[in-house]
Ligand binder design. Structure first.
Ligand SMILES: *Cc1c(COP(=O)(O)O)cnc(C)c1O
Length: 423
């Protein structure tokens, strides 16, 4: 359920006409619904009521300070994967005691910053990282709380690029080698073992892989206990999918129910790292049609709708062949003509498309389109490729809207660059 609906023939976000925002802010822009963000967070949380748990939003899904602050105010923590994300999380008012640091390539500088902030725990992903963290913590006279990220070798049945819990993926430590690493960590003076973590992938549409991974982690926790290592936190990562194109991902409540049943009797605080499920359907990318054209080749006529947003603004279609529904902001007539077209951007790459061979109502230059379900891995994955300034981000709450990130300008594009005086 989201708050993007047609009213009187116009697509609105909550009580604001998208056309009205476009007139003031220009296009393209990302648009988020505050009510949807809050609703998704609260719905997700409600499944775990009465159970010791902490929800840590995966910052990489949507990193705007307002979005992070919205979740912070509801009690949310953060799952971070870089020093930059730590900076954002703290700036947005997230309690460092609710911050988890994941990722395979943490630098010394990043480890120092996170130790200085006294975050809840590091999800360590390799033996070398453990050694480095122990050294850095010793230099700082502090103790690093850790979990190891276990790679349970479970098939999440999702896109190959976003599967993370298979033995062939770069993430985590094989479950078969993990005990030995826990024992090593136990002997380290500047390390405190507090958890076990796993994250098997993203955009999962079934519950079973989660439960299969959880079962393996549970078995492993029992092994740790036999070895005299007591675990406080079980971090099961994120990964619940959302409907983009009629998928039927598990409802967060059903997911919670299954997790609860699997964890019954286990004396651990559960940590959850949802990203996409909280923000995906809370955001859209609004773009303006620039041109339409038909290219005739052979016996086929191919139609293109050329818009002012591109793969640098929303990478998912190019990167994963991802499907995003595209709706005209002016509601098309019920019996209006439709035509198959590619919706493409201005970038000089054939891979620059937002939709391929899509049945679209006939649209004219100047009309607005909303690329739906773009709240997750949308703006946060955007770049300035082709020297295209990053677009604005806007939040709607009820009848009001606010720009929460200004559109970049040309000076932003060259900030920090110099024309060298070397020969
Ligand atoms: C990306 C990521 C998440 C969030 O994944 P979603 O599919 O967006 O829920 C959670 N934890 C870790 C470690 C991640 O890398």
């Amino acid at each position: 359920m989201n708050h993007f609906t047609y009213r009187n023939g116009e697509l609105c976000c909550e009580d604001v006409r998208i056309q009205e925002i476009a007139a003031q802010v220009g296009t393209p822009f990302y648009l988020y619904s505050s009510a949807t963000l809050k609703r998704h967070f609260t719905a997700f949380e409600s499944g775990f009521e009465g159970m010791a748990h902490q929800t840590c939003f995966a910052v990489k899904a949507c990193s705007n300070l307002t979005i992070l602050n919205t979740f912070a105010k509801l009690g949310g923590g953060a799952d971070i994967v870089s020093g930059g994300e730590l900076f954002r999380a703290l700036k947005a008012g997230i309690d460092p005691k609710k911050v988890i640091y994941s990722g395979v390539g943490k630098t010394r500088k990043e480890l120092r910053e996170a130790l200085a902030a006294d975050i809840l725990m590091f999800n360590v992903e390799s033996p070398q990282e453990l050694d480095r963290l122990n050294e850095v913590a010793a230099e700082m006279n502090s103790i690093a709380r850790i979990a190891f990220r276990i790679n349970p070798d479970v098939d999440p049945k999702t896109h190959a690029y976003i599967s993370t819990g298979l033995a062939k993926n770069k993430f985590g430590i094989p479950v078969t080698e993990a005990l030995q690493e826990y024992l090593r960590a136990k002997a380290m003076p500047n390390i405190e073992i507090v958890g076990v973590s796993c994250h098997i992938g993203s955009q999962l549409t079934q519950i079973e892989p989660f439960i299969e991974a959880l079962r393996k982690v549970k078995g492993f926790i029992a092994k740790l206990e036999q070895a005299g290592i007591k675990i406080k936190y079980l971090d099961m990562g994120g990964g619940i999918g959302i409907p983009y194109d009629g998928e039927q991902p598990p409802h967060p409540i059903d997911y919670a129910t299954a997790v609860r049943a699997e964890l019954a009797g286990l004396d651990c605080t559960l940590i959850l790292e949802p990203g996409r499920v909280l923000v995906g359907n809370a955001g859209v990318l609004v773009t303006e049609v620039q041109y339409t054209k038909a290219n005739r080749g052979g016996d086929k006529e191919k139609h293109f709708i050329i818009v002012d947003a591109a793969m640098n603004d929303l990478a998912r279609p190019s990167l994963y062949g991802a499907y995003h529904e595209i709706l005209p902001v002016q509601e098309p007539a019920q019996d209006g003509a439709e035509q198959e077209a590619d919706v493409v951007g201005p970038i000089c790459e054939t891979g620059d498309f937002l939709a391929k061979d899509r049945l679209m109502p006939s649209v004219r230059p100047g009309e607005l389109l909303a690329v739906m379900s773009s709240g997750a891995y949308g703006f946060s994955m955007s770049s300035t490729y082709n020297s295209r300034p990053k677009v604005a981000e806007v939040l709607v709450s009820g009848e009001r809207f606010q720009v929460i990130r200004q559109r970049e300008n040309y000076d932003d594009l060259v900030r920090g660059e110099i024309i060298s005086d070397l020969e």
